[in-house]
Design a protein around this ligand. Structure first.
Ligand code: DX5
Ligand code: ZN
Length: 215
């Protein structure tokens, strides 16, 4: 069964504590935290100080998705803030392998996020080093976008690589995943599914989180 990592990007930022407690109550396996810098992506969200405050609210693992330029500059800060998984975009970092090693040196899981047009081959030579691949199923930057259908094949191809080579890598997908398409996307071979607006558009966030978890 796939795990659920709700993204707080579409939550009420004025009540993050209450929103996170609802996700916890609904059975969230992770909390997905979308960090954006207005440079790598055209949107700005929050950084380590906010994450560090949220850390005191819950023990649910923090799945931190860095959509920032040169993330290597801030790895220590995100580790200190309480990240359990740190995922970076290969286009944003100067030395991807070095950045992955830096993340893992803190005992934190290292992920690589692939934009829709970025081929799986771009991570060929770091497959033995990473803990997670995040397949972007929308272009990064905003919640509430439409799932890109070609990404189903990308997920299936990644699943084939992980299984045939017996790699210890989790496959996660992020963007445009709603109740009506989640099952078919998960069935392409996901371990973790990120859902933002698909949860926070619901009147009852606790119940909606449970519904995704039970898919
Ligand atoms: C997009 C973010 C996603 C986003 C998903 O850049 O990485 O995590 O919050 O939101 P939905 O589920 O609304 O597409
Ligand atoms: Zn994300």
């Amino acid at each position: 069964m796939a795990k659920i990592s709700p993204s707080i990007l579409s939550a009420d930022f004025g009540s993050l504590k209450e929103e996170i407690l609802k996700l916890e109550k609904g059975g969230a396996d992770y909390i997905h935290l979308d960090v954006m810098d207005g440079l790598y992506v055209p949107n700005i969200t929050f950084g380590p100080p906010v994450i560090s405050k949220l850390r005191s609210i819950t023990d649910v693992p923090f799945d931190v998705h860095l959509m920032i330029d040169r993330p290597e500059r801030y790895i220590d800060d995100f580790v200190k803030a309480g990240a359990d998984i740190i995922t970076v975009h290969p286009e944003a970092t100067v030395h991807l392998h070095r950045t992955i090693e830096a993340i893992k040196s803190h005992g934190v899981k290292a992920g690589v996020a692939l934009n829709p047009a970025t081929p799986l081959g771009s991570i060929e030579y770091v497959l033995d080093d990473i803990d997670l691949v995040l397949i972007m199923t929308v272009n990064p930057g905003f919640g509430g976008q439409k799932f890109i259908p070609a990404m189903k094949r990308k997920i299936r191809n990644m699943r084939d690589i992980v299984d045939s080579r017996e790699l210890d890598i989790l496959i996660e997908a992020d963007g445009g995943i709603k109740l009506d398409n989640a099952k078919e996307i998960i069935d392409c071979g996901l371990d973790i599914v990120v859902v933002g607006s698909g949860i926070f558009e619901a009147e009852d966030v606790v119940e909606r989180t449970r519904m995704f978890k039970n898919l």
